[in-house]
Design a protein around this ligand. Structure first.
Ligand code: FAD
Length: 397
């Protein structure tokens, strides 16, 4: 079922020629469901969405936490340290109980916290470098609905009360609208109340929330100075004072990500959250010629002990910035992204593995205490560098 493009070449031929792709699209069976222990075991090509739409609700289960989308495969979401938000919730890979991995030579290894613990800690954020993740056992929880409340607020008011916000709801995040001090806070908590499916408004969600914004951002590519004005206007139109909803958990965690965009997102030690956000605010005030897109997304993740996870050994705040590409058009954003990346590095930040960054091997050595251990595990599993992908070659330079 594993389709190897370029099959027929030896591992060393493949490694020294070019990158090859293995598709696990059809490697998506559910192997086991344990309704009592709330676990599922799946083949790693299955997507979160496939599980959310069928096997989880059918068995009264939910994932405890999810990010903005569910299109990721299980192999992909854990391999990149992907995350949702919640001060008491780790990255998605924190719910992995056991993994089965195929090495480059075809040998199959099993690992968990109890068996091959070091390999398990490496494989839970594998970066595509260790081999093929075949099967994954995941801890879920009984299905639940989430009560979501969105409120307008001000940046400084949120920063001053940040710890209260984080601890007063299970899944807290906020969006800051740069060039302004406007913020939308999002608080999500489990509820026993029955879901009330949201009335969808094509006019608000698609016409204004997508087409109008895209058109205005495209106009702003000719007149960048109107960007702050657009940010204020769309904040007022799209995020009026207060809204709430109760829905099945995955429908609340996930949002419509419609825009083509460049994104960089970094995990900074949680205690630095207020300082770096204030510095971002000040930098924009001090550089009025730089115009940037909204929102800046701020999420919180509990520490784990996964070797290459950006939240390894430290509670973090994830801060994400964005530059849209209206109708595919490139919008210059280097100054903002470079400032942001430098700031994050200065305050102990680690970049999200699936998003834009320019960090190289020497810096990662400082950021991850297990960096060399991870690379040596990699070398043992894949001595011919079959899985050394283009992304990692760039990092190693
Ligand atoms: C619209 C959008 C919204 C997003 N929102 C969030 C968010 O809210 N939070 C967040 O943290 N991230 C987010 N991301 C990032 C996303 O979670 C990652 O890009 C994720 O890796 C995508 O999953 P994928 O299955 O497409 O992985 P891929 O891109 O296919 O794979 C990622 C890496 O894992 C490797 N890999 C995949 N499967 C296997 C396997 N079975 N065995 C070995 N290696 C494997 C690949 O080779 C690659 O190196 C978002 C991305 C997008 C596009």
């Amino acid at each position: 079922q594993v389709k190897v493009v370029g099959a027929g070449l030896s591992p060393s031929d493949i490694a020294c020629t070019t990158d090859y792709m293995i598709s696990l699209k059809n490697f998506n069976k559910v192997l086991d469901v344990d309704s009592k222990k709330h676990t599922i075991t799946v083949e790693a090509g299955v997507t979160i969405e496939e599980l959310n739409n069928s096997i989880l609700p059918a068995n009264g289960l939910s994932f405890s936490n999810l990010g903005s989308v569910s299109g990721q495969s299980i192999g992909g979401i854990i391999g990149t340290g992907s995350h949702g938000t919640g001060g008491n919730f780790g990255s998605f890979a924190s719910c992995v109980l056991q993994l089965v991995l195929m090495k480059a030579d075809g040998t199959i290894l099993q690992c968990s916290k109890e068996e091959n613990e070091e390999l398990f800690s490496a494989a839970c954020c594998h970066l595509g470098l260790l081999g093929i993740i075949l099967n994954v056992k995941l801890q879920c929880e009984p299905a639940f609905n989430l009560h979501e409340i969105k409120r307008q607020s001000k940046l400084e008011s949120v920063l001053v009360n940040l710890n209260d916000y984080i601890s007063s709801s299970q899944h807290f995040l906020f969006h800051w609208f740069p060039h302004t001090d406007n913020v939308v806070t999002v608080q999500r908590n489990r509820t026993k109340v029955i879901a009330v499916p949201q009335k969808e408004s094509w006019f608000k969600d698609m016409f204004i929330g997508y087409h109008m914004i895209q058109f205005c951002l495209w106009i702003a590519t000719f007149i960048p100075s109107i960007t702050p004005f657009l940010t204020s206007i769309f904040f007022k139109i799209c995020y009026s004072g207060f809204s709430e909803s109760i829905e099945r958990s995955d429908k609340v965690f996930n949002i419509n990500c419609l825009f083509k965009q460049y994104v960089t997102e970094w995990a900074v030690p949680k205690q630095n959250a207020v300082l770096v956000l204030r510095k971002m605010y000040k930098w924009l005030s001090d550089h009025p010629s730089v115009k940037v897109h909204f929102p800046v997304e701020v999420r919180f993740v509990q520490k784990d002990n996964i070797m290459m996870s950006p939240s390894c050994d430290q509670d973090v705040v994830y801060i994400g910035i964005i530059s849209y590409r209206p109708y595919g058009k490139f919008v210059p954003h280097a100054e903002w992204f470079t400032f942001f990346e430098d700031l994050m590095l200065r305050f102990g930040g680690r970049p999200h593995w699936a998003k834009d960054h320019k960090v190289k091997s020497a810096q990662f050595q400082k950021l991850y205490s297990n960096y060399h251990k991870f690379l040596s595990i990699r070398q043992q599993l894949d001595p011919d560098n079959l899985f050394l992908n283009a992304y990692w070659k760039r990092i190693l330079d």
